[in-house]
Design a protein around this ligand. Structure first.
Ligand code: ADP
Ligand code: ASP
Ligand code: MG
Length: 413
């Protein structure tokens, strides 16, 4: 008998009708004889609604209480799905994180899973039940409720699949797989049959929210193959996320991503001396703010400009810290842009092909889009551009690297 983990996202359980449809799908899968664990997200919009309630009561709601609040979204959908499955005559038990001992550290809002005790889950399955598990939540060693970060019901699903050594982990969502670009922004995007963990990691980290970043990391570490498919259609479809295969290198670029959630901060007139970068970025790191790209201009008359990007949600705190340091080190000023776009191309084929970045820059130049920052890794090139050109840049790059005509234009293939 196979053991399969299904995960249904917010839109997939977004209404009573949708929950009924998910229950039908689960019944179907169970009829094939598989043991089933079903991880659910909160109903669409619910987590945002809960965060907004807290913000109406306090400018800085305490993270511990925020987690008590926002974890309820998943409790509701887990109970509703279990109730529906039972109504269809399927023995079902729902579980919250504390009942499965999904133990995390105490970083409220972004907790990391330390361990899962599968014994209760196993006995429920062995007794012939379907197990429905609330995603997104954990419990810390003191017994306090934690949450694992936005979009992290994917992570719950992969963690449970890894802990149970499940045969498959199927992520059901509102698109029928991983596309070459977000199909809601780029109508030309195509579904990928398969994609490597490394490429999916880059894409998730660069703004393709179809899979949460840490869920992909965990899937790679424990070698859990993921199948991303639609909960809205019955077609085969889907995308496999798994180990890299030789043939994958033949494809130059697998995907294009857009992240509109970035901000840019510039310190101007910084003295070009040893130790200043550490002075600037030390306090930012201590505050837990992740800095993404950094550029420092060549120095003119002993002074230079230093620009970096960070997530938009961290902008306010980053600015406060940078303004303090800027005054201390005698920088000329601090400027910021609240929203910039990061557009990236990703593909393992880049390791073995030259000229990819050059072609990317030429495509953007042809559209008249100015590149403000550049970062590269072995399998990706990212650029920061003015946020109003983000979608245009994405579509132009998709056209050039992945459009119908793209094959002919491969550099150095
Ligand atoms: P869920 O609520 O099921 O977790 P998400 O909204 O988190 O769903 O993720 C699905 C969404 O991810 C899609 O609706 C799509 O807009 C977006 N997305 C971004 N990039 C991609 C991509 N490359 N392929 C598929 N979907 C993508
Ligand atoms: N409900 C949570 C969120 O909206 C987790 C998830 O949907 O995966 O972020
Ligand atoms: Mg999601």
């Amino acid at each position: 008998m196979r053991l399969v983990v299904h995960k249904y996202g917010g839109t997939s359980v977004g209404s009573i009708e949708r929950i009924k449809a998910v229950a039908e799908r689960v019944r179907h899968a169970r009829a094939l004889g598989d043991q089933l664990v079903v991880v659910v997200s909160a109903m669409a919009g619910e987590t945002n609604r809960l965060f907004a309630l807290a913000e109406q009561l306090s400018d800085v709601p305490h993270p511990r209480e925020t987690d008590v609040l926002v974890a309820t979204g998943e409790q509701v959908s887990a109970a509703l799905l279990a109730i529906r499955l039972q109504a269809l005559g399927m023995p079902t038990v729902s579980f919250l994180a504390h009942q499965l001992k999904i133990v995390t550290d105490s970083r409220h809002g972004g907790a990391r899973i330390r361990s899962i005790d599968c014994s209760r889950l196993r006995s429920a399955l062995d007794e012939g039940n379907i197990a429905v598990v609330a995603g997104y939540q954990g419990v810390d060693p003191e017994g306090d409720i934690t949450t694992l970060g936005r979009g992290a019901s994917d992570l719950t699903a992969v963690a449970v699949a890894a802990a149970l050594k499940a045969d498959a982990c199927e992520i059901y969502t509102d698109v029928d797989g991983v596309y070459t670009a977000d199909p809601n922004i780029c109508p030309e995007a195509r579904r990928l049959e398969r994609i490597s963990y490394d490429e999916m990691l880059e894409m998730a980290g660069l703004g393709a929210k179809v899979l949460q970043l840490r869920s992909v990391e965990l899937a790679r570490r424990f070698n859990v193959p993921l199948l991303v498919r639609s909960s809205f259609t019955n077609g085969e479809g889907g995308t496999w996320v798994g180990q890299e295969e030789k043939a994958m290198e033949d494809v130059l670029v697998s995907g294009v991503t857009l992240d509109q959630n970035q901000s840019k901060i510039t310190l101007t007139g910084v003295a070009d001396r040893a130790g200043l970068a550490a002075r600037i970025f030390g306090p930012i790191a201590d505050a837990g703010i992740v800095v993404d790209m950094i550029i420092q201009n060549a120095s003119a008359d002993g002074r230079t400009d230093l620009t970096f990007t960070a997530a938009r949600g961290d902008l306010r705190r980053a600015l406060e810290l940078v303004r303090i340091v800027a005054a201390e080190i005698g920088a000329a000023g601090v400027r910021h842009e609240e929203q910039v776009a990061k557009v990236s191309i990703v593909g393992v084929g880049m390791r073995t092909h030259a000229g990819v970045a050059a072609k990317m820059f030429a495509v953007l130049a042809a559209e008249g889009i100015n590149i403000e920052m550049i970062a590269t890794s072995e399998i990706k090139v990212s650029v920061v551009v003015n946020s109003k050109y983000g979608e245009l840049a994405m579509r132009a790059l998709h056209d050039a690297f992945l459009g119908r005509e793209a094959g002919a234009a491969k550099p150095d293939a």
